[in-house]
Ligand binder design. Sequence first.
Ligand SMILES: C[S@@+](CC[C@H](N)C(=O)[O-])C[C@H]1O[C@@H](n2cnc3c(N)ncnc32)[C@H](O)[C@@H]1O
Length: 258
Amino acid sequence: MSVVTRMYYPVCRSRMGHAIVRATVGGVRRMGGLQNPYLPFDALSMEYPAYAGLATLWSRIHWSTGDGMMPQDELLAVYRLAVEWPVDGDIIELGAWIGLTTSYLATACRVRGSGKVWAVDTFAGTMEGDRQYSSVEHHGGSTLPEFRGRVDRAGVADLVEALPGRTREMADAYPGRPARLLLIDADHSYAGVRDDFNRWLPHVAPGGVIVFHDYRFPDVARFINQEVVFDSRVAFSPGIIRPNLVAVTKRPPDDSTE
Ligand SMILES: C[S@@+](CC[C@H](N)C(=O)[O-])C[C@H]1O[C@@H](n2cnc3c(N)ncnc32)[C@H](O)[C@@H]1O
């Protein structure tokens, strides 16, 4: 049960109490880093080194996640894949924002003792198609300093390479090893997510996993349901790992299984 839920029921016996708690919850939400002030018990089912890596990470950045965009249960699911996926290689992250997901992925590399994270982002705010939103303004016009600060505090700067630029252009210039995991969380328009999938799939190692975030977004869901599911280059496995996360596997070239 979350802290917010535990607080909620005892205090909510009167209308007045309800109003006070609603205000508190609103205040907590606005503080960003406190929006998920609990550690998911799911983490305890991991092998010790993976859990220990998380515990170290949480002690460094758990209370300073700022406005990272992935909730804990999804971060944990992606982290688990990054630690356990049985293919060697680096990790590519499309859409790194202020380095929260990056820190989890790089911690997975540390725990596993292999690979590094290539984080591709304009660091100039969310792009949807050719439109740029102003969300980056309160970061002083660039999220790169905050990104670097977070991965530094997380103790994983040596395992992270930032690739500033648009995903479309960076795909041709990617300098890393084939990836064991590709996380797609950049442009969420239909054309954007399709472009990212098609341009970056060649950089995924045979048997590597491709993870789509924001399956709840209509365009992302439409692309996955109408194209990815029928794409013979990938197998729809492990599939929908969280309501908002879909993971598929790149087939080896000689794979003829249906
Ligand atoms: C949803 S946020 C990523 C959130 C991050 N993965 C997390 O969970 O904290 C999307 C990011 O993608 C970046 N972005 C969007 N479209 C892009 C594009 N075409 N090329 C590069 N970066 C892009 C934005 O700058 C933004 O930082």
